[in-house]
Write a protein of this length. Structure first.
Lengths: 123, 194
């Protein structure tokens, strides 16, 4: 299981990733790791400098992607991805789709779990 | 964000795959995921003690904790993510982030290293997250059945203990069906106060 062995190798980093967020480590919005993002119309008219991470996030999210996928595919740590995504959500360029949260009622939870179950059975 | 069932909005959810180091978490995720497992990293700042013997000065190190995950599109408007937990015990605080909002967890067990499974079982019991125990059938593992493992790990009788071949798609899929079914029964047996 070579892929899992790498998980134990916690190596010091040479870069300072939070420079990408001007040092901010807290996201403006609560972002579950599995939450998927939907690009909003305002993002289509907004422009970002070439190579700017926000622009790359918007491009990536054209195909529905989760917070975890944005982090993995752009090779940025989870916390950094959350801050950048939080900014884009606050600016109205992205919206999160539903997940199970503290505010989810039991009926809503049951509905989502039932849909998951029938989806898994049909695989 | 709240989940609105009335209009069947697009949603995503997750199941956590836990267990000790080398138990086959990433193999399991890879067996059912529609994408090759991806890796996300979180940064952790740690006070390190005694590592710098010359200066005896405490220093702060930023290390990364990796989590592998996969994705299954279950319907046009529903995506399931599978997250493998970081194995090292000192990174367990990361689990809190992972289990929040999860349907449940599959605890993979290697019968040769049962000790590694105790901690995961304890954790999910303490968190009240529905979980099942799945014994990964390694070729060279001993012939311990679910009953023996249930007893060895002191798993309550209502919690499913199954066998799984983490390399096999159908087997991994079956484990996901079982945890989802179990999560559903737990939901109906718990008063609606959550």
């Amino acid at each position: 299981m070579a892929t899992e062995e790498r998980e134990e190798a916690a190596a010091p980093r040479l870069v300072r990733p939070y420079a990408l967020t001007s040092g901010r480590t807290e996201s403006a919005v609560d972002l579950p790791i599995e939450a998927t993002l939907e690009v909003q119309p305002s993002a289509k008219t907004a422009t970002w400098p070439e190579g700017d991470l926000s622009g790359r996030i918007i491009e990536l999210c054209a195909a529905s992607q989760s917070v975890a996928e944005v982090s993995a595919k752009l090779h940025i740590p989870l916390g950094v991805a959350r801050v950048l995504l939080g900014d884009l959500i606050s600016a109205g360029h992205l919206k999160t789709r539903a997940t199970i949260s503290e505010n989810t009622t039991t009926d809503e939870r049951r509905d989502l779990i039932e849909r998951t179950l029938s989806g898994l059975r049909a695989l | 964000m709240d989940y609105a069932p009335s209009n069947r909005n697009s949603a995503s959810t997750k199941i956590v795959v836990a267990g000790g180091f080398g138990v086959g978490k990433t193999t399991f995720v890879g067996a059912v995921s529609e994408i090759d497992p991806l890796r996300t990293e979180a940064l952790v700042t740690q006070e390190s003690e005694g590592q710098d013997d010359i200066s005896k000065v405490q220093s702060k190190h930023t290390t990364t904790v990796a989590m592998d995950f996969g994705r299954i599109t279950l319907a046009e408007n529903l995506v399931l993510y599978l997250f493998g937990t970081p194995g090292q015990r000192r990174f367990w605080f990361m689990w809190d982030d992972l289990v929040k909002g999860a349907i449940g967890a599959v605890v993979l067990v290697d019968t040769r290293r049962l000790d590694d499974s105790f901690a995961a079982v304890d954790y999910f019991e303490a968190k009240g997250l529905p979980f099942i125990v799945a014994i990964n059938q390694f070729d060279d593992a001993g012939q311990f059945g679910p009953d023996e493992i249930r007893e060895a790990l002191a798993i309550p009788s209502h919690i499913p203990v199954i066998t799984v071949d983490a390399r096999d798609r159908e087997s991994a899929k079956h484990a996901l069906v079982r945890i989802t079914e179990f999560a559903l029964t737990q939901l109906t047996s718990v008063p609606a106060t959550a």
